[in-house]
Every structure is written in structure tokens, then in C-alpha cells.
Design a protein around this ligand. Structure first.
Ligand SMILES: NC(=O)c1ccc[n+]([C@@H]2O[C@H](COP(=O)([O-])OP(=O)(O)OC[C@H]3O[C@@H](n4cnc5c(N)ncnc54)[C@H](O)[C@@H]3O)[C@@H](O)[C@H]2O)c1
Ligand SMILES: O=P(O)(O)OC[C@@H](O)[C@@H](O)[C@H](O)[C@H](O)CO
Length: 378
């Protein structure tokens, strides 16, 4: 069986690529990073190390790579032949991989179904990828392609920090992982994916993950950077940070248990487990990575604004609001979204910038409170 995975980065190699290979697929990675693609073709394998006291490792064999910038025709041909297509490139990159996927899917043999699964931290990732793919197909081709290509949404969870090893393919990951895939979007037979969970309705799973793991992470990153910390570990050693983190997760727990039929005590166990994962002493994760792309993280449907606004009719989400205020201070010059955010703040002031990024109306009660916290944090 053949799998094509877009994005040979941390999650691509450290999680999805490894699961695909363990499930019996030969994996072709498609990326735009020459160093990684050349090394994949040279070695045909790479090592995954588990970040815990065991330091166990395993080899992912039978892999190769295609640089889609240099060879889009070969990349599309791989999609045309694949039994499954997955992606972990980052939500903002989905439009850039869509043309190759569209070309590959339209070249497929008639009647041979395939599933295309976006593995990104976002709600409706595969739906969005499908919309992008559709932009590159004529209406007739779209009808033919989507009759045999499914785009099931999925939720992925495994902490994989930015890291450097002598071999650039080696990747260290936490032992824990969760990959949940929605069956309603599948075409043809359910793919064999070792350790993945197939569910009829992904919404509770993706929202629980995004609004717990990622909202908590964002709180650590934005508030931690304000206090001068550089890593998750440094921030997690500060009782004030823990207090704020627990407050944030209490707020998202109210939101989640109010919206979905989640058992409150099971949810508490889930939250505790995540706090333990943040504390993993074998992982060093930078706050600049965890806070990356602040405009995405502040946007209306993402981990901060969505639960804050969702809660605002019932409770005042003080801790989420403080975290949103701290996000407005995210000022990492290597991060284009941070640069853009700081430009908006400089040009139009923080309330207008907040509205542009999140949709929280300038002058509203919530905006006024957030801007108050923002000013106090100076
Ligand atoms: N790292 C984590 O802990 C983690 C965990 C769960 C989910 N995620 C999600 O997975 C996605 C990827 O995150 P990551 O941490 O692996 O990022 P990453 O930067 O390590 O990997 C992204 C890869 O995509 C490649 N890429 C960029 N443009 C491309 C293009 N046009 N075509 C093909 N490849 C392209 C990059 O070169 C890179 O190798 C994000 O949506 C992230 O939110 C990350
Ligand atoms: O990848 P992002 O930028 O959406 O979020 C940063 C981290 O919170 C994220 O990568 C987590 O490590 C991951 O989602 C854990 O499963």
C-alpha cells in the first residue's frame, strides 16, 4: 500500500509518517525543504525516539521524498497512485498544497477511492483542504474527483517540539498520541491505521483537544513570554503560571462540558493528564513555537477567542481574556504573523488590532477588559 504525506516536519515524521509505515504503507513525503527530501531519498529511513525515561527508539523504513516545488508533476503522480493521502503542513499552507492534490486526484484511475486527511490543529481541516482543492478543478472534474475522494476531518495530538539532531531526520516525540478520524467523510473502505480512533462525529474530539491541549499551551506560551520565560518547562515551574493555566482550563472545561455530553470527572482526568504532558522533563519546547502564528491563534474559530466568546453570556472568562491580552504582546521578529500583529497595534491601537485579529468588537465589554489587561501587562 502507498501513502503520500504532505509536510515532512515534526508531526509528519514524528507521528503520521510513523503510524502510516507501521500500518503497512510505503510512505512518500512531499515537502519543499530540500535538505529533508534529499536525506529521505538517500537514507530511505529515519529514527523516532520516545521522549521519556526509556529513550526507546524505532526506525521508520521504506520512506522516500519528493520536492513539490521542484517536481510538482512527480508529486501529483504520487497522489494519483496513493492509497491514502495525509497532510501536516500548517493550516495556512493548505492552499499551497491544494493544486498538486487536485492534479493528482484528477489523474486517478476511475473507481479507485482514496481518502485525503488533513492532520492540522484546526476545526474542519480536511473540509478546508477540500475547498482549496475544489478551486483548482472544473465543475465536471470536481464532481468526478469528489465521487471517489473522501476528505474526513481528523484531530491529532502528540507534542513534538522543534529540535536539532546530527541526522536532520531523527525526531524525538512524546510517547502519547491520539489520532481521531471522522468516518462520515470517508470514501471506500475504512483505512487501516494502527492506533487511530474512528468516530462518527469528530466535533467533540477536535474541540476537546484544541480547547484543552492547545488553549492551555497558548496560555503557557503567551503568559510565560510576558514573564521572560523561554520554554514550557521554565513556565511550568512558576506557581503563578500554573494558577493561570488552571484557570484557563477551568474556563474551557465549563465551555466543553456545557456544549458536549462529556462526563465531568473523566474530563478532569483528561485535563490532569495534559498538565502532566506539559511537564514532561524529557521535552524542551520553546514558547516561541507554542505561541507561533498569533493571528491564527487569536482568530474567531480558534483556541482562545472561540471559547472566550462562547462563555461570555454565562461567565466572565477572566483567564482566557488575560491570555488574549498576553497574545497581543507576542513579538517574535521571525514570526510573520507576530510582525503583522505588532504593526496593526502600532498603526491602529490594540483594540482595533484585536478586532481585526479576533472579531472581538472594539469598545465591547470584552474588548475593554482585554485591553485593560493588555495595558496592565506593559
Ligand atoms: N508539533 C506539534 O506538537 C504538533 C502536534 C499536533 C499537531 N500539529 C500540527 O501539525 C501541523 C504541522 O506542525 P509541525 O509542528 O509538524 O510543523 P513543521 O514546521 O515541523 O512541519 C511543517 C512541514 O511542512 C512543510 N511545508 C511547508 N510548506 C509546504 C508546501 N507548500 N508543501 C509541502 N510541504 C510544505 C515544511 O517544510 C515542514 O517540513 C500544524 O498544523 C500543527 O498545528 C503539530
Ligand atoms: O501547532 P500550533 O501552532 O497550532 O500549536 C502549538 C502547540 O500547541 C501544538 O503544536 C501542540 O504541541 C500540539 O497540538 C500537541 O498535540
Amino acid at each position: 500500500m502507498k501513502a503520500v504525506h504532505f509536510g515532512a516536519g515534526n508531526i509528519g515524521r514524528g507521528f503520521i509518517g510513523a503510524i502510516l509505515q507501521q500500518s503497512g504503507y510505503e510512505v512518500t513525503f512531499i515537502d519543499v525543504n530540500d535538505e529533508v527530501i534529499d536525506r529521505l531519498n538517500q537514507d530511505g529511513k529515519y529514527e523516532v525516539v520516545l521522549a521519556d525515561e526509556t529513550k526507546e527508539s524505532f526506525v521508520v523504513n521504506g520512506v522516500n521524498g519528493i520536492n513539490s516545488k521542484e517536481n510538482p508533476v512527480a508529486a501529483a503522480a504520487a497522489v494519483a497512485e496513493a492509497d491514502i493521502v495525509t497532510a501536516s503542513v500548517g493550516p495556512h499552507v493548505l492552499p499551497f498544497i491544494a493544486p498538486v492534490i487536485a492534479k493528482g486526484l484528477s489523474e486517478r484511475q476511475a473507481g479507485v477511492s482514496v481518502n485525503v486527511i488533513a492532520c492540522e490543529n484546526m476545526i474542519g481541516g480536511s473540509d478546508q483542504l477540500k475547498e482549496e482543492v475544489e478551486k483548482h478543478l472544473s465543475p465536471e472534474d470536481a464532481e468526478r474527483v469528489f465521487a471517489q475522494a473522501g476528505f474526513p476531518n481528523s484531530a491529532v495530538d502528540r507534542i513534538v517540539p522543534i529540535q536539532h539532531h546530527d541526522n536532520p531526520l531523527t525526531i524525538e516525540v512524546e510517547r502519547y498520541f491520539e489520532w481521531v478520524i471522522e468516518t462520515t467523510g470517508l470514501k471506500g473502505e475504512q483505512p487501516v491505521l494502527k492506533g487511530a480512533l474512528f468516530v462518527e462525529n469528530l466535533v467533540p474530539f477536535i474541540e476537546r483537544k484544541l480547547l484543552t491541549v492547545n488553549t492551555g499551551h497558548a496560555s503557557i506560551a503567551y503568559n510565560g513570554l510576558l514573564k521572560g520565560y523561554k520554554t514550557v518547562k521554565e513556565a511550568m515551574d512558576d506557581p503563578e503560571m500554573i494558577h493561570l493555566l488552571e484557570g484557563v482550563l477551568e474556563e474551557t472545561s465549563i465551555f466543553l462540558t456545557g456544549k458536549f455530553d462529556l462526563d465531568k470527572s473523566e474530563h478532569q482526568t483528561y485535563v490532569k493528564k495534559i498538565i502532566e504532558r506539559y511537564r514532561n522533563p524529557y521535552i524542551s519546547d520553546g514558547l516561541d513555537r507554542v505561541g507561533r502564528a498569533p493571528l491564527r491563534k487569536l482568530s474567531a474559530g480558534d483556541r482562545l477567542t472561540y471559547p472566550a466568546v462562547g462563555l461570555s453570556n454565562h461567565v466572565e472568562p477572566v483567564n482566557l481574556e488575560k491570555t488574549i491580552a498576553a497574545a497581543l504582546r507576542f513579538n517574535i521578529t521571525e514570526d510573520p504573523e507576530a510582525v503583522q500583529l505588532q504593526e496593526w497595534i502600532k498603526q491602529d491601537g490594540p483594540a482595533a488590532a484585536l478586532e481585526k485579529a479576533s472579531g472581538i468588537e472594539a469598545g465591547s465589554e470584552m474588548s475593554n477588559r482585554i485591553i485593560g489587561y493588555y495595558q496592565q501587562s506593559n
